[in-house]
Design a protein around this ligand. Sequence first.
Ligand SMILES: Cc1cc2nc3c(=O)[nH]c(=O)nc-3n(C[C@H](O)[C@H](O)[C@H](O)COP(=O)(O)OP(=O)(O)OC[C@H]3O[C@@H](n4cnc5c(N)ncnc54)[C@H](O)[C@@H]3O)c2cc1C
Length: 345
Amino acid sequence: MDATAQVAIVGAGPIGLELAIALKQAGIPYQHFDKGQIGQTISWFPEMMRFFSSPERIAIAGIPIPRTDQSKCTKEEYLAYLRAVVQQFDLPVRTYENVERIKRVDSGGFTLHSRDAQGQYHTCRAEKLVLAIGDMHRPHLIGVPGENLPHVSHYFHEPHRFFRKKLLVVGGKNSAVEAALRCWHCGAEVTLCYRASELDPRHIKYWVLPEIQGCVRRGEIRALPTTTPLAIEPGKATLRSVRGGEPFEIEADFILLLTGYEADMALFAETGVELTGIEQNPAFNPQTMETNVPGLYVAGTTTAGSQQSYQVFIETSHIHIDRILAAIQGNPPPPEEPTNRRPEN
Ligand SMILES: Cc1cc2nc3c(=O)[nH]c(=O)nc-3n(C[C@H](O)[C@H](O)[C@H](O)COP(=O)(O)OP(=O)(O)OC[C@H]3O[C@@H](n4cnc5c(N)ncnc54)[C@H](O)[C@@H]3O)c2cc1C
């Protein structure tokens, strides 16, 4: 056994880091793993993307996010903030170490089997385990021929590469709409294709919706509502109305399939956590965050599995830390948060 600890945390996103600070402050020995860098999920968000949450709602461990203009953070600013917090608390995170398997120990606790960036295998024994692994592990594939061609991507990184190119963006939620707008501003010829008849304001940032509506109205961005791709080939895509009718082709130098992401719940399944429904929601006690497996807790967005409609965010997950800390210390659960504390949008 390479390491032993009272608690093992898997995942060093904002919520895993917030929990690590709480454990450190409480003097509870822990081991902390992330398969990538800290804030790994946020690091692949589009360049200069702005969070919809105000800074104070995504700040962790009571450390303010300083803003000179009170604006919302960009991804880069938030990652810089997370790095500063890790430095401030001198958090030992085993980055680039993937927890590949977890075994329950008959006498209680867990053995984690991990692999680091050099390919070395490690084991860690922990009495308690917290999975804070997020919910965006792989893209939601749409399952059409050509989806894996080189000019097709499920991730939008930045708009420059689409300058003066024909770009098809597939998806009707915020990621797709924001990508369409940014690429059009950057000189791309953009078509936005989505299954619904209207863009749904509940899924689009309030400052983004009027802009896309204006661009579509003026013909600057071509919108194809109630439309879905059937096949992709180099230089073109075949589309069809979801209401039926003849398929038709459009030219496309590049295609962004921004149709959401899925959680990989394999670590939950192999340890015996009950997963229910299409979202694969883990079973847990909402007062303690302990799953049906004794000693195994869940925190952050992974509590909601593969969310179909996003309800769990950073800003709604801070309370998970207090609940887990109280449970681990054998204290009563913290008072409930005010009900229906909806995230800003
Ligand atoms: C474009 C976009 C914008 C968003 N904007 C907001 C916003 O404004 N406000 C808000 O509150 N939320 C927002 N969210 C949602 C939420 O903030 C993020 O998903 C956030 O990263 C969730 O934090 P987390 O700590 O729960 O999980 P994550 O940040 O996803 O962290 C999970 C970590 O676990 C690691 N991990 C996973 N599996 C393993 C393994 N087997 N071994 C080791 N490590 C592992 C990952 O590498 C990752 O670092 C946004 C999401 C997206 C996609």
